[in-house]
Design a protein around this ligand. Structure first.
Ligand SMILES: [Zn+2]
Length: 376
């Protein structure tokens, strides 16, 4: 199983120049190889394999000596990536490979001569580059994909994580998680995690930056600066979007008492097919939250169990199980007519999800797991 580990690079000025050279050469070789492929295709009706394209590299290097300033393996990867792009085109999974433009973006892939250390990453011809990143997954590094966006540099380290993750233990305590609208999530132990507010703030700034960009004269320096400002904001929003679910899931996984997790099966794929819903789901970050929760839980052998989405999690009393059919969406708090328990709507729902998960997860020894509740 492959997992990407993305780190932000902090290159020195000289390293940044060399990084830019790598992007430039990778782009140039990519475009050159498209031309070579097209000629070959016209002559023979066949494209080139990645290895055949690599075979042209020594000749190109003789003709264009500056190609030797960058890592050889990064140029070989360009050939293989382009061969993959042609493969996708011939299988009708993608359009015809396009020439790459010089647009402030770029990437190159490599494996040889690279190495990930505690605070530095060794990249080919670049020596040690400082980086920052989150939790690093365990496993063998398969390749490094270094890229540039909006004036910033990143490396995605593709790691082959051990195929055998620890077997999911039979949980004895389950935390219920309800994905809310008012709160991002509510848990059966009473936590309410609010959706991040910064998004709206950044989106407003982005709209203003886009308007400025539209007003600037074509080809002017001010237009170039405005374009960079838009790209920087896009990048900020994308990073923040990932940051939040990463932190939230980490905080839920790190609690030892939470041995398993119950979530509603929201059939997100089905909902994503519905356009207006898809936008609000993508915005809220639920999907990413669930993906992160599942892989982080799997890495420590804790199961994430789903309960049927039609199960009445909000309307059932978590104390006695009676379903309150008169409960409306606007009622945030209610008292059970049968047993007199008073409930917070969302925490009650999270508790019901935990209880339903526990009932479905009867262990081998016949014991039903308990649920993690709020103690207040
Ligand atoms: Zn009740």
């Amino acid at each position: 199983m492959y997992r990407g580990y993305k780190v932000k690079l902090y290159p020195t000025k000289a390293q940044a120049v060399l990084l830019d050279k790598h992007f430039g050469c990778a782009r140039w070789v990519y475009n050159q190889m498209i031309v070579i492929n097209q000629k070959k295709y016209h002559r023979t009706g066949k494209g080139l394999t990645g290895y055949e394209m690599s075979g042209y590299l020594p000749k190109l290097k003789k003709q264009y000596p500056w190609l030797a300033e960058v890592s050889a393996s990064s140029l070989q990867f360009v050939c293989h990536n382009l061969a993959d792009a042609y493969g996708k085109f011939f299988r009708k999974q993608a359009g015809y490979p396009r020439f790459k433009k010089r647009n402030g973006r770029g990437s190159f892939t490599n494996i040889g001569g690279s190495h990930l250390m505690e605070k530095h990453i060794q990249l080919p011809k670049l020596a040690k580059v400082k980086y920052r990143g989150g939790d690093r997954p365990e496993g063998k590094v398969r390749k490094f994909i270094t890229s540039q966006r909006a004036g910033k540099y990143y490396t995605s380290v593709v790691i082959d994580t051990p195929a055998h993750e620890p077997d999911a233990a039979e949980p004895s305590r389950i935390l219920g998680i309800d994905l809310g609208l008012h709160d991002f999530i509510v848990t059966s132990d009473g936590q309410r995690i609010k959706p991040p507010k910064y998004l709206r703030k950044y989106q407003a700034a982005l709209r203003r930056a886009q308007q400025t960009l539209a007003r600037r004269k074509k080809g002017s320096n001010r237009k170039a600066r405005a374009r960079l400002a838009v790209a920087v904001l896009h990048e900020k929003i994308a990073n923040k979007r990932k940051d939040f679910p990463h932190k939230t899931t980490r905080s839920l996984i790190d609690v030892a008492e939470n041995q398993g997790y119950g979530v509603e099966d929201l059939n997100i794929k089905g909902m994503m097919a519905n356009h207006s819903l898809a936008k609000s789901i993508a915005d809220s970050g639920w999907y990413q939250f669930l993906v992160f929760l599942k892989y982080k839980a799997a890495a420590v052998g804790k199961p994430v169990l789903e309960v049927n989405r039609w199960f009445p999690s909000s309307k059932a009393c978590s104390a006695c199980g009676i379903v309150n059919r008169t409960l409306t969406l606007s009622q945030r708090e209610w008292t059970c007519g049968a047993c007199g328990s008073s409930h917070d709507r969302d925490i009650n729902a999270a508790l019901n999800i935990a209880l339903e998960t526990a009932r479905n997860a009867v262990r081998g020894d016949g014991v039903i797991p308990t649920v993690v509740r709020c103690t207040a």
